[in-house]
Every structure is written in structure tokens, then in C-alpha cells.
Design a protein around this ligand. Structure first.
Ligand SMILES: *[C@@H]1O[C@H](CO)[C@@H](O)[C@H](O)[C@H]1NC(C)=O
Ligand SMILES: *[C@@H]1O[C@H](CO)[C@@H](O)[C@H](O)[C@H]1NC(C)=O
Length: 372
């Protein structure tokens, strides 16, 4: 297993483009320094909570690893005019992240399925590389997407008709990673091929809610691992993010109904990580900041929402074993004290860190305020 992962790493390294772009030709970003202070305080509290109460949720550690990479990059690229104290704040955040990672007992993790366990472990093994890949953030490509004209209830009903379920998404992502590794380890020029069902899941049709974000994650992995030869995956991700942008705006227009905070932040995180700066909006950031629980973590009532949208199967009666598993996963996700949810916290962590990067990095930073 280890050997396979290592091989993958070298392949990836060749693909890494340290895409650091020469912005900072204006000083507009300096207006964002107070915002970044505010975010860093929120992040410090969030990380402090999980340093004291380690999570058993793999998604928290995936988000932590990715956020660590974004923050490292941001600190290395800081303009000289950024106050030293702010830089120190950001460095202290990375230290906290490292302490959390160092104190993590990976054997205590709870996985929702074997497929998902494989996916999460492959991501951990490749984290150093995955977290150092930076897409440039730009604005002006998403168009003016208007919120849906139908209601939230209709949206939920519509989502139910979409594929994939979480189970199918996990199975496809696992297959993708196995194929990626096999194609790198075989001597012949192996290609990373997916079954027709799996590539259809990633490429065909339309998705909504978590169905759509899971497609983005799979597509992003397929892109990194050179799967789906002959397909312009970057263009595909672009199309997916345009659709997501409409959804994110709709969630806002519906005033973020219960259970949708996690999704809202996941949409922002996944698409801004792909470089779409339209997802960086100070008014969205303010919402995230306001959602922090007094104890530092984030909570969301997302389980009922996921069931409503059909992302976790409601139709088939779960077996005893599945119910036990679901219970363990739920227990791992909601840390002691009830309200905290590790996936919601993970999405808050990831999106806040990419906000910091965007606000400090680009000369477009000044424009985020006026984006509608
Ligand atoms: C960073 O952490 C160090 C050590 O814990 C502390 O002394 C320092 O005040 C922190 N810096 C900021 C800006 O909070
Ligand atoms: C984490 O562990 C590594 C290696 O064991 C060590 O070098 C590093 O200083 C540790 N970092 C923190 C923040 O404890």
C-alpha cells in the first residue's frame, strides 16, 4: 500500500505548478487587513476547540491538511506591508494546526464505509502534495448567476432526483483512486480509466446540493491524477462551479434554511479552491464568522437535510450493521457537548482560510466587496 502511494506522489510532484502569480501591483488588499484579523481570531478559537477535543472525523483532518497548505502559501507570499503582528497571528495558527495534527490518533478515526476509508487514507497519504497545489484565484468568469426562482422545498425535491447518493459517490471516488494508482504502478503505459457508471457520475447530467459538491471533489481528484483521458476536466469543473454559484446564491436568498450551512460553506470552499473568486464575498464571510458557537466549533443540523435531499438513502431500510455504523459516524461527527459538528467545522476552517488567502493575496481583493 505504502509503495503505491509513494509512486503516486512522485507523479504528482511533476505536475505541481507552484502557480504563484505576481499580483500586489496595487496595495488594495491592505484594506482587508482588519478583516483578516477578525478571521484569524475566529480560526484560533475553532482550532483551540479541536486541539482540546480531538475529532475522530477524517473530513476534519482532510480540511486541516488542506487549510495548512493554503495558510503556508499565504504566509510565504505576504506582502511586506502586512503588519508583523498579523503575520505572527497566521504563523501561530499554523503552529496550532501542527499540534493538532501531531496529536492525532489516526487509528481512532471512524469511517462511514470501507470505500470511504480507502478514499480518506489515500488523501492523507498524498496530503503534502495535494495541499501544495494552488489554483490562482480570479474573478469575472462566473457570470451574474441569479438565484433559483423556485422555493427551497422545491429545491430539496429536485435534489432527490439527482445522482449520486453518498454511497455511490464514495464507491466511484475509491475506484478513481485505485485506478490512478494502478495506472502509475504498471510498467506499460497504463491509463487511469473509470467504469462507464463512474465517469458518467462525474461528468453527465446535473447535480444539486451535496450531489454536486461530491462531483466537484471527484472531478478535482480525477484532474490531479490524470484520469478521464480526452476529457477537459478543468472546463467541466468550471461548468459545475457555475451551477454551484447559482445554488450558493439561492441558499443565501432562502436565508440558509436549517441543515444548509455545511453545504453553503462546502460550495464556497470547493469552488474558491478551484480558483473562482466569486465565492469570496465579505458578506458570506460575515455569515460564517457569525455562526461560530461560543465554544469555538461549528454546528449544523445537516443530517435531516441530507436525508431530505436523498444524499443518504432513505428509501432502503438500513440493516442492523448499517444502523450501528451510522450511529458511530454520527457520534464521531458531533463531538461532546452535542452541538459541534466536525464536518461543519471542517468546512468553516477550509473556507475561512481560503478567505484569508484571497483577501491578502490578490490585487483583486479590493473588488470582492462589490461583487454581487
Ligand atoms: C503567538 O504565539 C506566541 C506563543 O504562544 C505568543 O507569545 C504570541 O503572543 C502569539 N502572537 C500573537 C500575535 O498572538
Ligand atoms: C510535530 O512532530 C514533528 C515530528 O515528530 C516535530 O518535528 C514538530 O516539531 C512537531 N510540531 C509540533 C507543533 O508539535
Amino acid at each position: 500500500m505504502c509503495i503505491k502511494y509513494i509512486v503516486l506522489l512522485t507523479i504528482l510532484t511533476a505536475k505541481v505548478s507552484y502557480g504563484i502569480y505576481p499580483y500586489f501591483d496595487t496595495q488594495d488588499f491592505i484594506y482587508n487587513v482588519p478583516k483578516v484579523y477578525r478571521i484569524s481570531i475566529t480560526l484560533d478559537k475553532l482550532l483551540e476547540y479541536y486541539e482540546k477535543k480531538p475529532s475522530k472525523d477524517p473530513e476534519w483532518y482532510i480540511a486541516l491538511g488542506m487549510a495548512r497548505g493554503q495558510l503556508e502559501y499565504t504566509i510565504n507570499e505576504l506582502d511586506k506591508s502586512v503588519p508583523g503582528k498579523l503575520k505572527e497571528n497566521l504563523q501561530n495558527l499554523t503552529r496550532r494546526m501542527d499540534r493538532i495534527k501531531n496529536n492525532t490518533d489516526f487509528s481512532s478515526f471512524v469511517y462511514r464505509s470501507k470505500d470511504y476509508e480507502y478514499v480518506a487514507k489515500a488523501i492523507f497519504e498524498n496530503m503534502d502534495v495535494l495541499s501544495s497545489l494552488m489554483e490562482p484565484i480570479s474573478i469575472g468568469t462566473m457570470g451574474t448567476q441569479k438565484p433559483y426562482r423556485f422555493s427551497f422545498e422545491q429545491y430539496v425535491q429536485e435534489a432527490k432526483t439527482k445522482m449520486p447518493t453518498r454511497k455511490a459517490a464514495d464507491a466511484c471516488t475509491m475506484q478513481l483512486l485505485i485506478s490512478a494508482m494502478e495506472s502509475q504502478t504498471t510498467q506499460t503505459d497504463g491509463t487511469c480509466e473509470l467504469t462507464p457508471e463512474c465517469s458518467a457520475q462525474i461528468l453527465k447530467g446535473s447535480g444539486l446540493a451535496f450531489q454536486q459538491t461530491s462531483r466537484i471533489r471527484a472531478a478535482a481528484l480525477a484532474y490531479l491524477f490524470d484520469c478521464l483521458e480526452g476529457v477537459d476536466i478543468a472546463a467541466h469543473i468550471y461548468k459545475l462551479c457555475i451551477q454551484v454559484y447559482k445554488e450558493t446564491k439561492s441558499l443565501e436568498a432562502w436565508d440558509l434554511p436549517p441543515g444548509t450551512r455545511t453545504l453553503f460553506m462546502q460550495q464556497m470552499l470547493y469552488c474558491s479552491t478551484q480558483g473562482y473568486g466569486e465565492f469570496i464575498k465579505p458578506r458570506w464571510m460575515n455569515r460564517i464568522l457569525a455562526w461560530q458557537e461560543p465554544k469555538g466549533c461549528y454546528s449544523d443540523d445537516r443530517q435531516p437535510f441530507m436525508k431530505l435531499t436523498g444524499f443518504v438513502g432513505l428509501t432502503s431500510v438500513p440493516s442492523q450493521k448499517e444502523r450501528e455504523e451510522e450511529y458511530r459516524v454520527k457520534k464521531a461527527a458531533s463531538s461532546e457537548g452535542g452541538a459541534c459538528n466536525s464536518l461543519t467545522s471542517a468546512m468553516a476552517l477550509g473556507s475561512l482560510v481560503i478567505y484569508i488567502r484571497a483577501l491578502l493575496e490578490t490585487d483583486q481583493a479590493f473588488q470582492y466587496d462589490v461583487l454581487t
